[in-house]
Design a protein around this ligand. Sequence first.
Ligand SMILES: [Zn+2]
Ligand SMILES: [Zn+2]
Length: 178
Amino acid sequence: MIFTDDTEDALRAAVGLVNSAEDPDSLTTRAEADAFVAQYPYTGRIDHDDAELAALRALRPRLRAMLLAPRDEMAEHVNAALSEVTLTAQLRRHDGLDWHLHAIADDRPLAERILVETVMALTDVIRSDEGSRITICADDTCEALALDLSRNRSKRYCSTTCANRNAVAAYRARRAEA
Ligand SMILES: [Zn+2]
Ligand SMILES: [Zn+2]
């Protein structure tokens, strides 16, 4: 494990949210927003309404810029976010996760909580100087984010779909040369 569980969960969720914007956009309806929170569970308030969907969609470009930023710029993104939200730090233990810090109250809007959980996770990324674990997918045609939480830094693609497509292409290229 590179980071703590709660940090890795927050990074996976942030990357999942950002990647939902890739063509075809998979966060356009309330049902798709429900599917997102089913895949990346969040404790606390979920409104299931259009305002929440719009806020989640609007958050995506900001999270993408933040996640891809070089270290010092990432710290500026984190500070900007921390200065605009109301933080209510509490230690919590839930859903099989041991004690960890919740930096924002459960009744704040979902998009605001995702922003705060992401900046808390990025605080760990910045402190350990592990920002290179978040990249743009190595597939030439894909702009999605790839999150590498493996010990040997072996993950360069956003998904198994992209990894497999490139493995097949590399195999064909080798066979063509032979
Ligand atoms: Zn939690
Ligand atoms: Zn990809």
